[in-house]
Design a protein around this ligand. Structure first.
Ligand SMILES: Cc1cc2nc3c(=O)[nH]c(=O)nc-3n(C[C@H](O)[C@H](O)[C@H](O)COP(=O)(O)OP(=O)(O)OC[C@H]3O[C@@H](n4cnc5c(N)ncnc54)[C@H](O)[C@@H]3O)c2cc1C
Length: 287
């Protein structure tokens, strides 16, 4: 295996484009090094981009934040302004692993590894986060929802990699939340998960909503009719019932050792309801 620290994004793209074998980007390494050790993959080329400009930075931009692709979950959790703007995104990232894993693991790595249960992805999707992708043909901005394409797969072309993820500005009275169910109290993979992002008016009525689910389909699922059920309400019983039934209808999980199809579907609805309540309170609404 060749380990390379290229001098620029352009050099990295060229190296990745010209490699005929298996390539991996080394971000936190908390997936890729585990896979190497377990002999699940033997990359021919390992590219380390962490030293390149902007990769370790969280920068304010047009009312939102641009988070470099090598910023760890722990660093995000320590950034008060980022946490205040997108609390649900940060809590998703902060659920990943232990303190040791937290100090290395990145949102970009979590996204690109393509796990349906990736904890940072649902809240990034409800935030309408956008990944900046560099490659042999230049730079493009891709909505995060379009990056994972299935378990272990993503939509990046040969030579492409993410350099940052943009979390946009949001209006007053807005907040988000992320919850997951795991069989143990920590250090486990989500059986189901839900992220909810809400915008309220001055009177506490929901004016905009986004709902996304994890671990209940091959990729994160954005459930537009679940969000629509909340708009125009103060999360009254009818709105929550509409949310739950839309969430349950959107689930197409598998049965495995962590949970059955029925259990994953049921818990997704419960988590979406609870996440909606948390987001509502954070946005200043009174239940
Ligand atoms: C003990 C332990 C507990 C864990 N717990 C959780 C958990 O609770 N929830 C959870 O979701 N995950 C968990 N994980 C998995 C892992 O920590 C996360 O998926 C993490 O976010 C991966 O990020 P990373 O920076 O370490 O990625 P890496 O391992 O460095 O890379 C992962 C993959 O993404 C690709 N990649 C990385 N960066 C880029 C980039 N910038 N552009 C393009 N491709 C890129 C790599 O090529 C590789 O294929 C756990 C792992 C361990 C070891």
């Amino acid at each position: 295996m060749r380990y390379v620290k290229p001098e620029s994004f352009e050099a990295a793209a060229t190296l990745l484009r010209d490699e005929d074998g298996i390539s991996r980007i080394l971000a936190g390494g908390t997936d890729v090094l585990v896979q190497l050790k377990a002999e699940m993959v033997e990359p021919d080329l390992m590219i380390d981009l962490k030293h390149l400009p902007g990769m370790r930075d969280i920068v304010a931009e047009e009312g939102g934040f641009r988070v470099g692709a090598a910023v760890s979950g722990a660093e995000m959790g320590e950034h008060a302004a980022l946490k205040a703007l997108w609390p649900g995104v940060v809590e998703g990232v902060e659920l990943i692993g232990s303190s040791q894993v937290q100090s290395r693991a990145t949102m970009a790595g979590n996204l690109c590894t393509g796990s349906p249960a990736g904890d940072s992805v649902p809240a990034m999707v409800t935030a309408e986060a956008v990944a900046r992708v560099h490659g042999p043909d230049g730079v493009r901005d891709v909505p995060v929802i379009d990056i994972p394409t299935g378990p272990g797969k993503n939509s990046l072309s040969k030579g492409e990699f993410i350099t940052s993820i943009y979390l946009p500005a949001r209006p007053a009275h807005a907040a988000d939340a992320y919850l997951r169910f795991i069989p143990r109290t920590e250090m486990d993979i989500a059986v189901s998960s839900a992220a909810v992002s809400l915008v309220l008016d001055e009177g506490g009525i929901v004016t905009a909503a986004r709902v996304a689910l994890g671990a209940v389909a091959p990729t994160v699922r954005l459930v537009e009719n679940a969000a629509a059920a909340l708009v125009g309400s103060k999360l009254d019983d009818a709105a929550i019932a509409g949310l739950i039934s839309a969430v349950e209808a959107a689930c197409s999980p598998i049965t495995d050792k962590r949970g059955t199809i029925e259990f994953r579907t049921k818990t997704a609805g419960v988590l979406a309801k609870r996440a909606a309540h948390i987001a509502y309170g954070r946005a200043g609404g009174q239940l």
